[in-house]
Design a protein around this ligand. Structure first.
Ligand code: ATP
Length: 482
């Protein structure tokens, strides 16, 4: 499904029409790269979050979770390197005044070359860009843009500024006291959740009596003033991350890095998404904190893109926090009777990108036409465990005691999973509405139910229908969503 712009646009429209995702403050024409999750989007997002949380903190006995604050002491970001290094090279077109991230501009040009059949040219361009990026050679990147005559998509000109660095952190002020020096009150909205874990490393290790190797997981909001914020929830200015820092003995980082690469890929495939939709991308230019890093990329309708990063972060963060805070960040290893600053393997996945990944894979347009009648449906084929609603219950009619029986089924099931009740419209229409929001099971209560307490259960993907006893429905669904 590479670069299928129509599919991508169709998914965005579908998300809005069916209550998954809305542009933020839409009545005021929205806010760039900020989105709100609606009634079904928030359920889907919560299910993905819970699935990740369970896989980390319940399925691993040596991983615990925390929930740190978004605001952190400003020195945190000095120590982490974000104040000095968290920036992207960017360039402005002097005619359109449009700002581009340099790598995005060059990558888009490479895509154009590929589309024209010049794959070798595209690959050479990307290779050259990576080389210049690795050397932090901004003048070289500018020369490359000039030499290749890369144009601005808005003005169509090649009139570019120099390449400059742009820090991605949002800042605000703390407290009501005015200060001569504004820097004194400045706090940042965290650009990653990881630092909340690092600064709590000793708190958790000591109070939890944790033994290395162990992990700390966290899910929470992060904020980045992205220069080019587009592609729906793929690149937002406010987003959610699910991160886990795994603390290990120095020298064991290679094996743990491989372990987590494999474990995370398995997790992705456990979402019911086939292996060929994923690939690893090893980083050539490593972030300031890493000694090895790769991305797990997913085949979105806009092409293969990063959904998760796995980074071997060395002892960079803990060592720097020790230096800046003057507090020891050491662990005493009783097995070798030695103190050391642990090394860290990080797994960092975007929750919103995961939502987009699951939606992209689930979105299906089906032609159901027969020689007699044209027909089609849009169905979201979510794995049952992630679907916003698990069961929809429909009385065939609003009378004859059918709603009462349907309510009885609702009452039996709703303490266990999310159910939805509807009486209005023909059954076929009700089925289609549930298909569009990805409900895996619909149950219809009809007149026969009154006689023998059997109902019709209809399966979303196959559209097959089967008669089962009303009392079996709960167990049947629980078996599918676990
Ligand atoms: P990219 O190269 O796409 O900007 P990154 O390498 O900066 O991403 P990380 O810092 O490794 O991303 O963050 C970990 C994860 O957080 C990413 O894999 C992605 O899923 C998610 N993420 C990062 N930035 C954003 C964003 N602006 N909007 C949504 N998700 C994001």
């Amino acid at each position: 499904m590479a670069n299928d712009t129509n599919t991508f646009q169709a998914i965005i429209s579908h998300c809005k029409e069916y209550g998954f995702i809305f542009p933020s403050s839409e009545i005021y024409d929205g806010l760039a790269a900020v989105y709100d999750y609606g009634q079904w989007g928030s359920e889907l997002k919560r299910n993905i979050r819970d699935y990740w949380w369970k896989s980390m903190t319940q399925m691993h006995e040596n991983i615990v979770g925390i929930d740190a604050a978004i605001f952190m002491h400003p020195t945190t970001w000095k120590a982490s390197g974000h104040v000095d290094n968290f920036s992207d090279p960017m360039i402005d077109n002097k005619d359109s005044k449009k700002r581009y991230r340099v790598d995005h501009l060059i990558e888009a040009h490479a895509e154009e070359l590929k589309a024209k059949g010049d794959t070798a040219g595209a690959d050479a361009l990307i290779a050259e860009m990576r080389k210049l990026e690795a050397a932090d050679d901004y003048a070289g990147l500018k020369t490359l843009i000039d030499e290749k005559k890369i144009k601005c998509a808005v003005s169509g000109t090649v009139n570019w500024t120099d390449v400059r660095q742009f820090n991605l952190m949002f800042s605000t002020e703390f407290g009501a006291v005015s200060s001569e020096n504004e820097e004194d009150n400045k706090v940042y909205l965290r650009p990653e959740t990881a630092q909340g874990i690092f600064v709590n490393f000793l708190n958790v290790q000591k109070t939890g009596r944790m033994k290395i190797p162990f992990g700390i997981a966290q899910v929470g909001k992060a904020f980045r003033n992205e220069i080019v914020a587009r592609q729906f929830i793929f690149r937002m200015r406010e987003f959610e991350q699910m991160e886990m820092q795994f603390f290990i003995k120095p020298g064991t980082q290679k094996e743990w890095y491989e372990y987590w690469k494999e474990a995370r890929m398995k997790w992705h495939q456990s979402l019911g998404i086939p292996a060929e939709k994923y690939r690893f991308h090893d980083h050539v230019k490593l972030a300031h904190y890493a000694d090895a890093a790769c991305d797990i990329e997913f085949d979105f309708p806009i092409g293969f893109k990063e959904v998760e990063g796995i980074h071997s972060r060395t002892d960079f963060d803990l060592r720097n926090h020790q230096e800046y805070s003057k507090k020891k960040m050491q662990y005493f290893d009783t097995e070798i009777n030695q103190n050391y600053i642990p090394y860290v393997i990080e797994t960092s996945i975007g929750l919103d990108r995961s939502v987009m990944m699951v939606l992209s894979h689930a979105y299906t347009e089906e032609d159901l036409s027969t020689p007699e009648k044209a027909d089609s449906r849009v169905v979201l084929k979510f794995p049952a465990k992630l679907a916003p609603i698990k069961l929809a219950v429909f009385p065939l009619t609003k009378k004859d005691g059918l709603p009462e029986l349907a309510r009885e089924l609702m009452d039996a099931c709703k303490p266990h999973f999310k159910c939805f009740y509807e009486e209005k419209d023909a059954i076929g229409k009700r089925y289609r509405r549930q298909d569009a929001i990805g409900t895996p099971f619909c149950v219809t209560v009809d007149h026969q139910t009154k006689e023998d307490r059997t109902v019709t259960i209809r399966f979303r993907d196959s559209m097959e229908q089967k008669r089962v006893h009303m009392d079996e429905v709960k167990t049947l669904i629980l078996a599918e969503i676990f």
